[in-house]
Design a binder for this molecule. Structure first.
Ligand SMILES: CC(C)=CCC/C(C)=C/CC/C(C)=C/COP(=O)(O)OP(=O)(O)O
Length: 316
């Protein structure tokens, strides 16, 4: 008889193999977040990789080639798998390595797995092609697809004993997710438009003469595209400043992980602010060496508090 995954024991060979699979997925696909995840000690790194691999699967269903009906079916199947994980009904020798790894991680760390239901809700909003009139509307979507990932990750990180303001840690993790997602939306404006998607609030688009969307490498005629981008960059920076209040509550390596994720995305935001039209020409990204620099800096010199001060105080 096969045993179900038990997080309190030393990981068995099938569980270790499942984690290796998730770490490979993270290394290959998490172009930005893998730099932070690599800074964690083994157990947390494995748990974050399991979370990443599960989230990647959900995201890939939403972005993939299936028609909307099939996407909804696959997402509901994934929701059922999540329920089995939550109920401890995954065998160690299950053929799905992501389920095995996430089951183990969820037994070892207090991960609020309902956040993955929220992620599925968010991807279903995508599949339905929802658009957002106001920032408050868009924030609901961002909370599902990114705030929830912040709250799930916090379950892995934990907070240090006696951390000031720890009751708000989950709120800050959620806000940091929003900051990352809004940055992501700005970066991907052109690619999303090519796929018929606009995430930015229609109220904001109208205010800056961009209501017709972004269909070429140049801003729409008569639009204040730079004004729009700067407006959203200011919003994202305020979210980073609020969300990075989480950093002083984390242990050194968890703090370094979050500082790397936030630092890399903050720099992306700076690039976008310097040249708003770049997002219409292609995908703005940082060179690998710059991401390594941001990650190592978080781990070595700067303590979490000073990273927060720098983030809150202006450009890194
Ligand atoms: C507290 C804490 C840890 C917060 C972090 C929350 C977090 C990691 C949110 C992810 C949201 C996001 C922008 C995903 C983009 O993935 P993508 O695959 O499009 O990213 P990429 O293209 O930039 O690699």
């Amino acid at each position: 008889m096969s045993r179900t995954v038990n997080g309190s024991q030393e990981a068995s060979a099938p569980v270790l193999a499942a984690y290796s699979y998730c770490e490979a997925v993270t290394g290959q696909q998490a172009g930005n977040f893998s730099y932070g995840i690599r800074l964690l000690p083994t157990a947390k790194r494995r748990a974050m990789s399991a979370l990443y691999a599960f989230s990647r699967r959900v995201d890939d269903i939403g972005d993939g080639p299936l028609d909307a009906g099939d996407k909804h079916r696959r997402l509901e199947e994934t929701r059922e798998l999540l329920a089995r994980i939550r109920e401890g009904r995954i065998a160690e020798d299950d053929t799905d390595p992501v389920a095995v790894a996430l089951s183990h991680a969820a037994r070892r760390f207090p991960i609020p797995l309902g956040g993955l239901d929220e992620l599925i809700d968010g991807v279903q909003m995508d599949v339905r092609g929802e658009s957002y009139e106001t920032w408050d509307d868009l924030a609901v979507y961002c909370r599902c697809v990114a705030g929830a990932i912040g709250r799930l990750s916090l379950g892995v990180f934990g907070t240090v004993p006696g951390a000031r303001d720890a009751a708000r840690a989950s709120e800050y993790a959620d806000t940091l997710g929003l900051a990352l997602q809004l940055t992501n939306i700005l970066r991907d404006v052109r690619e999303d438009a090519a796929n018929g998607r606009t995430y930015l609030p229609s109220d904001d688009l109208a205010k800056f003469g961009c209501a017709d969307g972004f269909h070429s490498a140049r801003p729409p005629a008569g639009a204040d595209f730079t004004g729009l981008v700067h407006f959203e960059v200011r919003r994202a920076r305020a979210l980073f400043a609020e969300g990075t209040r989480l950093l002083p509550m984390l242990d050194r390596r968890s703090g370094a992980c979050v500082a790397a994720m936030a630092g890399i995305y903050r720099r992306l935001l700076d690039r976008i602010a310097e040249d708003p039209e770049a997002v219409l020409r292609g995908r703005v990204s940082l060179p690998g060496r710059e991401k390594v620099y941001v990650a190592v800096r978080g781990l070595s010199g700067l303590d979490a508090r000073s990273v927060h001060r720098r983030t809150a105080g202006g450009r890194a």
